[in-house]
Every structure is written in structure tokens, then in C-alpha cells.
Design a protein around this ligand. Structure first.
Ligand code: P1T
Length: 379
């Protein structure tokens, strides 16, 4: 079955009781039992909810996994993975990643005795040297947030498997429309569903998808024990969003290309980070592992003056100045003071995340209007 058909149908069956074509919102906390233990597969809604099950199944099919698990936020999904670890374990992570992920690593789990090493994984050769006997997880974002670096998923998972290490790929920026990390050897795919998968900026939610059933069971135990589950209404909204994922992503990619090319040609723009450009340092890897290049772009201006960047950030009208990404509407953001403020300035600068960097989430509006908006703000 092709992607668009899966997006519309996977996980969703007409309701057995009524024939409702859309999965109902099962707004219930518990389920009646005929006798202790005699129930219909549902006991308590922290453990199971039919609306949530439909969403989990849909995500498992789209990512090519056997099991999907959804959470109250992307960060709750990150938290669930880290609870697989024990004191003394080590994680090797890409050094350019979402600020909230860096924060939970260093501020929440490091004090519990888990070590985090951050390396530029776009050069896979560095990975072998960073691995120790204690390394249990390798953590990848690709494209990275916000510098749009590309990491070769297959090359990383080959090394990880040799050392018996699990690989996590945060697939938030790509979605399974653009790349399916499980097929490239990854063990866990992570999503902030808040972004492209829901796509309408009206839900905060996260997900994990795995193909190994034993790993799925460990994560399901943590999901139930820790309890960071989403409500059924949010699951319903995300299921609805998924039905148009392929159409939205196609438009995000088309508009992303037009906006990236406009920025590259603009005399005030110094550097545009977008993996679709042949001169992007890992364009060849992106072209191999992705179906297209997405709608996320970051850029800097000549002169690197803060006041110039601020003028652009507050000068757009269609691009709304806001955290988040991946919705149908275009957003503009300032990573240094917004999404990545929890990474110390010195660490940000080490990886080239300058205070003047501007990030765009290009929406699905008409590209000409978006370009006109940016042209006016840059002018
Ligand atoms: O916001 P939440 O649903 O909890 O997801 C966290 C998260 C995880 N992974 C990546 C790659 C992310 O980008 C995020 C959230 N990011 C933003 C809010 C942002 O504007 O970058």
C-alpha cells in the first residue's frame, strides 16, 4: 500500500458498535467488568483507550514498526526512552538538537547518573571514538533543529549494532513521508506529534514507534507506570491530521524549496541552511535517505547584527513569530532566545548556532505570498 492510502486508512476501522466511519472519542477513564478480570480488553484508560490505540496503530504502520506509543508531549516521549537507562549508562547525542531535549538530558537525567556526550554526528567517523562500554543509546535528530545538519542514519545504525547499542531517531522534522528510520536500522523513532504529524497547531503530543516487540513491551510498561498519556480528544485530532499528512508535506516541501531559493538569492542573506541545496555539506546523504527536503529552513544575514535579525523576526506578517513548527501556517522563530535558550550560549556557539540565526517553518500557504512577506521584512 502506498503512503497516502496508509495515511488515510491505517489504524482506523469503522466503529464496531455503531458503524461510525471515524474512530469515536472514547472520553472515559474506566471500563465496566462483568466479573473481576472479565472485560473487553479495556480496564483503565491510563493503560488503554480505543481512540489512542487507533492513533498508535496508524503511526506504527506509517513508520513501518510493529508498535506505536503516544504521549502527552514530545518531551514525555523523550522522558520514556531515557527511563530505559540506569545510572552509569551513557548516551551519545548529536550536538545540534532541540533545546528541550538538551535540557532534559543535562538537567533531569544527568543528576540521576546518566552521562551525555554531544558530538557532530554528520561526521560518522567521530562516533566510533566516542563509544565506550557504558554507551547504551545513540540519539539522532536529522535534519537537526535548528541548523538543518543531516546525519547518515544507516551509517550510524551499522556502528550502533556492532556495539549492541540502541539508536533513537527523532523524526519530527521529516515525518515518515520523508524518511523511515526503522527501515534504515534504527530501533526507536521519536516524534513530537505537535508538529507536522498533527499539523494544525492545536495539539501537544509525542510518540515512539519500534519494530522490536520486546522493546515495545518495556516502553509500554514505562508508559503505563509513568502515565504521561494524552487524552482521547487530542488523539482524535491527530488522527484527523494524519489523513492529510502526505498532501501537507508535499506542499511544505514545494514551498520550502521556493522560500530557500528566494533567501539564497537575496543580497542581505549570508547563509541558508536547507538540505535540498547541492552545496549543503550532507546533501548527498539527504538525497539518499529522504524523499524530499522538507519545509524547515534556517538562515543568517550579512553583518550578523542582532538588530537586523530582530527587524526581520518582528517584520513579517504571514510568518507568525512563535515557537513550534510543522503547522499549516508559516512560523518564524529566534532559536537563541526561544527554542534553544536552555542550551548555554557557549555550547550553542561551539556548534555554530549564532544569536543572529533565524528559523522558518514554511507552511502550506501560497508561496508567492510567503516570499512577498519575507521580501518586505528583509527590505
Ligand atoms: O514540544 P513537544 O511536543 O514536547 O516536543 C519536543 C520536541 C522534540 N523533538 C524535536 C525535534 C522538537 O523540535 C521538539 C519541540 N520543538 C519545538 C517546540 C520547536 O519550536 O523547535
Amino acid at each position: 500500500m502506498k503512503f497516502g492510502t496508509k495515511a488515510v486508512h491505517a489504524g482506523v476501522e469503522p466503529d464496531a458498535g455503531t458503524g461510525a466511519i471515524m474512530t469515536p472519542i472514547f472520553q472515559t477513564s474506566t471500563y465496566v467488568q462483568a466479573a473481576p478480570g472479565d472485560h473487553k480488553g479495556y480496564e483503565y484508560a491510563r493503560t488503554h483507550n480505543p481512540t489512542r490505540s487507533a492513533l498508535q496503530q496508524s503511526l506504527a504502520v506509517l513508520e513501518g514498526g510493529t508498535e506505536g506509543l503516544v504521549y502527552a508531549s514530545g518531551m514525555a516521549a523523550v522522558d520514556a526512552i531515557l527511563k530505559l537507562l540506569r545510572p552509569g549508562d551513557e548516551v551519545i547525542s548529536t550536538n545540534d538538537l532541540y533545546g528541550g531535549t538538551y535540557r532534559i538530558f543535562t538537567k533531569i537525567f544527568e543528576p540521576f547518573g546518566i552521562k551525555f556526550r554531544f558530538i557532530g554526528m554528520q561526521d560518522v567517523a567521530l562516533l566510533e571514538d566516542a563509544i565506550s562500554d557504558c554507551t547504551k543509546l545513540i540519539w539522532i535528530e536529522t535534519p537537526t533543529n535548528p541548523l538543518m545538519n543531516i546525519i547518515d542514519i544507516e551509517a550510524v545504525t551499522l556502528i550502533a549494532r556492532k556495539h549492541n547499542i540502541l539508536t533513537v531517531v527523532d523524526n519530527t522534522f521529516s515525518t515518515p513521508y520523508l524518511q523511515t528510520p526503522l527501515a534504515l536500522g534504527a530501533d526507536i523513532v521519536l516524534h513530537s506529534l505537535t508538529k507536522y504529524i498533527n499539523g494544525h497547531s492545536d495539539v501537544v503530543m509525542g510518540a515512539l514507534i519500534v519494530k522490536d516487540t520486546a522493546l515495545g513491551e518495556r516502553l509500554r510498561f514505562i508508559q503505563n507506570a509513568s502515565g504521561a498519556i494524552p487524552g482521547p480528544q487530542d488523539c482524535f485530532l491527530t488522527l484527523r491530521g494524519i489523513k492529510t499528512l502526505h498532501l501537507r508535506m508535499k506542499q511544505h516541501c514545494e514551498n520550502g524549496r521556493k522560500v530557500a531559493e528566494f533567501l539564497k538569492a537575496h543580497p542581505k542573506v549570508k547563509k541558508v541552511n536547507w538540505p535540498g541545496f547541492p552545496e549543503h555539506p550532507n546533501h548527498e546523504v539527504a538525497a539518499r535517505q529522504m524523499n524530499d527536503f522538507g519545509g524547515m529552513i534556517s538562515f543568517t544575514l550579512h553583518g550578523d547584527k542582532m538588530e537586523d535579525a530582530l527587524k526581520v523576526l518582528s517584520g513579517t506578517h504571514l510568518f507568525a513569530l512563535a515557537e513550534s513548527l510543522g503547522g499549516v501556517e508559516s512560523l518564524i522563530g529566534h532559536p537563541a532566545s526561544m527554542t534553544h535558550a536552555s542550551i548555554p550560549k557557549a555550547e550553542r556557539e561551539k556548534v555554530g548556532l549564532e544569536d543572529t540565526l533565524i528559523r522558518l517553518s514554511v507552511g502550506i500557504e501560497d508561496a508567492e505570498d510567503l516570499i512577498e512577506d519575507l521580501a518586505a521584512a528583509l527590505g
